[in-house]
Design a protein around this ligand. Structure first.
Ligand code: NI
Length: 172
């Protein structure tokens, strides 16, 4: 493991209330994005973009587990995340946890997020966060990341390449 690379180590609760960790998804690629359901601009835009990417990958998307991990566990309960994702981003599974569990997941993926006052939020705060999607391999290893600035075409192509390469390696 390259020092400083994102890694998939987490112990969280999915939006159905089931406990999960990285071993729960072994054998699948992970497409992981961190955010919070009160996010007004960044998360809706990123989740919409990633959903289009997954649609465009067609049958290949079946090999990918899209995960949305909250950085706002105080508000993002499993029920809240399930409602939010089923409405707008049904391909994604939401993950939440205790403060400590979320901090550990953030450290593992090298994600930064910190609560900040926000007068426009009904509860008076927002949680600005790293806006990067992480592609992890079938064994949970880091493969690639996509910043907010990377467009759909480029993400489709790069994910397709990684999945194709991994599929060929599996044959050997
Ligand atoms: Ni967000």
């Amino acid at each position: 493991m390259v020092s400083g690379a994102p890694s998939a180590n987490f112990s969280l609760t999915d939006h159905f209330g089931q406990r999960v960790d990285e071993s729960s998804y072994r054998g699948q690629f992970l497409l992981v994005y961190f955010g919070f359901t009160h996010c007004r601009v960044v998360c809706p835009r990123s989740l919409a973009k990633l959903s289009v990417v997954l649609n465009r990958l067609g049958d290949a998307a079946a090999a990918i587990k899209p995960l949305y991990i909250t950085v706002d566990p105080a508000r993002d309960t499993p029920e809240v995340m399930r409602g939010y994702l089923e409405r707008d981003s049904p391909r994604f599974t939401g993950l939440t946890g205790t403060d400590d569990e979320i901090e550990a997941a953030k450290r593992s993926f090298r994600v930064f997020a910190e609560r900040k006052a926000d007068a426009e939020d009904p509860d008076g705060y927002a949680v600005p966060h790293t806006a990067i999607a992480y592609l992890m391999g079938r064994e949970g290893e880091y493969l690639a990341h996509f910043t907010d600035a990377v467009d759909e075409d480029a993400i489709v192509e790069r994910i397709g390449t990684h999945i194709g390469i991994a599929a060929n390696e599996d044959v050997g």
